[in-house]
Design a protein around this ligand. Structure first.
Ligand code: SF4
Length: 633
């Protein structure tokens, strides 16, 4: 059989047209056309089926339910990118089971192949809470959990996704490879270095370990955990991180500079996702507002918006879907939004998010045209001071004006997002959430009465979890009992309000999330214990070393080496520290300006995510030993 070509066209040269022309053995087009089919009990259209025929099999695994996984545009995009290569068959798998409850080896949806028989198992991880499920999937597949215990007879195990490039350290010991950054600029350069004959062998006769080290040295953004070692001090903090050989330290996050060149949209339309039947289209990456609690706001910098031309062409390919979901950190910031949603548009539009200060008369008009039934507004905190701490840059008059305009514009329901346990929060700050909700309800009711229609207001309260690479990465998390008491008080007060629903996430599960969001490599042992203990968290936490409080409740000093600093996100450490100081003084910082001249956080001014200057200044003064990316030519 003729050997398949391993090279693929550069990302920017691909289009659905040349894709169709080149591929003769795909039984489903990749663009959401066609009829729904039954794929393993789920109604889907756009499923890509390719014959194996000498190609490498990648099992793309989302370690959660199929509904959650199919709601991820990132997961769908990687599925498309991998299948666009002639030398690869990519098939999906999901892990709906609970950690500690063995469920047998997961199989791919498309061909029913056990994932252990794939050449590469690639996990897509959007949320840290899915780290234990990832380990369970490896265990169920009969694979050694730790990368050091696997050899050439096993598939390579990789992971990518937002949770993974925010802080991959809690699962680093399980991984052969972690993708640090956005998939588009690095997927091909990584795959081009592997042998399609399978099992991740090198083209040249290299051992797997040697191949991985070579990839680490040659491929920006590819993190090979086995090429690094971490030394801990007696107090449990990190004393030193070392890179072996030519592996770069830190590993520089990659990002797609020109998002308009890539169309990120639904590939497989599934009837059952978190977004219902919506056909999703990403309109932007990153966010210019710099909310200090938000990981995505810092690791997707700089903010990038797609052009009207790019979005219009993507929409045209989709053949006028009934319902289009626009996805982005703040969709209302999209400069061409009003031109995109023209009055004559056939589709109904919905938004993953918009800011209250964008709700002017013109924007309400856009919402009306999209027949929006529920608008989500995120004040995050009840009082002005705490909103300044988190750099939300929203005033109470702006929030109330937005509620009034939305109700007057005929939006029947409102969803309000708040956080509990934010840094510097007092009992009074928490109580202010109820106060603001009462005021919002009053104006919403007043306007709704005028048009004779009043829906409901849902208040959603999420415990704050400090995230890596944000100004709050040094902050202590509020103890669970403090958050629980404040939630109880809020529930008691809001329960009495007609038309208001209240939901709060459990602070205990937020503490578990915090273990992973700021955990180090030792957290992998905790995951192994959890599986051994049948998923019993209380028992596992009792055995944890260091204890959960070490990760969750401890404020970090300025000179502590943080586990995730093995990565360079391009945002300077000094900038984040200054933002942390400003937060404690309740001082706001400005948005990213659109003029392209700003150098404030260090992210802009480089190209394509290999900004050498920022890489050097990101490293703490001590503790990192190895090759800076600036050492390489
Ligand atoms: S350098 Fe300025 S514009 Fe660029 S991401 Fe940082 S703050 Fe935003």
């Amino acid at each position: 059989m003729a050997r398949k070509t391993w090279r693929s066209p550069p990302f920017s040269e691909r289009s659905p047209d040349n894709f169709f022309a080149q591929r003769h053995d795909i039984r489903r087009p990749p663009c959401g056309y066609g009829k729904y089919e039954d794929a393993g009990g789920f109604a889907e259209k756009g499923v890509i089926r390719k014959r194996r025929a000498g190609r490498a099999l990648v099992a793309l695994v989302y370690p959660n339910t199929r509904i959650v996984g199919m709601s991820s545009l990132g997961f769908q995009t990687v599925y498309r990118l991998l299948n666009e290569r002639d030398d690869i068959v990519c098939e999906r798998a999901f892990i709906p089971g609970r950690p500690g409850k063995p469920a047998g080896c997961a199989r791919t949806v498309e061909s029913g192949t056990p994932i252990r028989n794939a050449d590469l198992i690639a996990f897509s991880i959007s949320f840290e809470v899915d780290f234990p499920r990832m380990a369970q999937a490896l265990s169920d597949a009969g694979l050694p959990l730790f990368a050091k215990d696997r050899d050439e007879s096993h598939p390579l195990v990789a992971a990518g996704g937002a949770a993974c490039f925010l802080n991959p350290e809690p699962v680093a010991p399980f991984l052969d490879i972690a993708f640090i950054g956005e998939a588009e600029p690095m997927l091909d350069s990584f795959l081009d270095r592997l042998d399609p004959a399978g099992r991740g062998r090198a083209k040249a006769p290299l051992s797997r370990a040697a191949l991985l080290r070579r990839i680490a040295a040659e491929t920006p953004g590819i993190y090979i955990p086995s090429a690094y070692s971490v030394e801990y001090a007696e107090d449990g903090t990190i004393r030193r991180m070392r890179a072996e050989g030519d592996a770069p330290l830190p590993v520089v996050r990659q990002y797609l500079a020109d998002v308009s060149a890539a169309r990120t949209r639904t590939v497989i339309q599934a009837r059952h996702t978190s977004f219902g039947d919506a056909w999703l289209m990403e309109v932007s990456r990153g966010c210019p507002h710099g909310c200090r609690f938000c990981g995505a706001g810092f690791v997707y910098r700089p903010p990038r918006f797609r052009s009207l031309d790019s979005l219009s062409r993507t929409l045209a390919e989709a053949d006028a879907p009934d319902h289009v979901g626009l996805v982005g950190a703040a969709v209302s910031d999209l400069p061409c939004l009003r031109q995109l949603i023209v009055p004559e548009a056939k589709s109904r539009f919905s938004f993953s998010s918009f800011r209250a200060d964008a709700v002017d008369a013109e924007f309400v008009d856009v919402l009306k045209r999209s027949r929006l039934k529920t608008a989500a507004v995120a004040p995050e905190a009840g009082g002005e001071r705490l909103r300044r701490v988190i750099n939300k840059k929203l005033t109470e008059p702006q929030i109330l004006a937005a509620a009034r305009r939305l109700a007057a514009g005929g939006v029947p329901n409102l969803k309000l997002y708040f956080m509990i346990g934010l840094p510097t929060e007092t009992d009074g700050d928490a109580a202010a959430i109820a106060g603001l909700t009462e005021k919002i309800r009053a104006v919403f009711l007043e306007e709704s009465r005028k048009i004779g229609r009043m829906g409901k207001i849902s208040v959603s309260l999420n415990p704050f979890v400090p995230k890596a690479f944000t100004p709050f990465q040094w902050a202590a998390m509020a103890p669970a009992d403090v958050m629980r008491r404040r939630i109880r008080q809020l529930r008691g007060r809001l329960r009495k309000l007609p038309n208001v629903e209240f939901h709060a996430d459990d602070p205990k599960s937020a503490v578990l999330q915090a273990l992973f969001s700021r955990g180090d490599r030792r957290a992998a042992n905790l995951i192994v214990r959890l599986l051994e203990n049948g998923g019993n968290w209380p028992q596992t936490l009792k055995q944890a070393d260091p204890p959960p409080a070490f990760y969750a409740l401890r404020e970090r000093p300025a000179d502590e080496i943080l586990p995730w600093e093995i990565i360079d996100q391009g945002v300077q450490r000094g900038y984040l520290w200054k933002e942390w100081q400003r937060a404690q003084a309740a001082q706001e910082s400005p948005d990213c300006p659109p003029d392209g001249k700003c150098r404030r956080c260090g992210r802009c001014g480089g190209s394509g995510g290999t900004d050498r200057e920022s890489a050097a200044s990101m490293s703490p003064a001590h503790g990192l030993q190895g090759h800076s990316p600036a050492d390489h030519g």
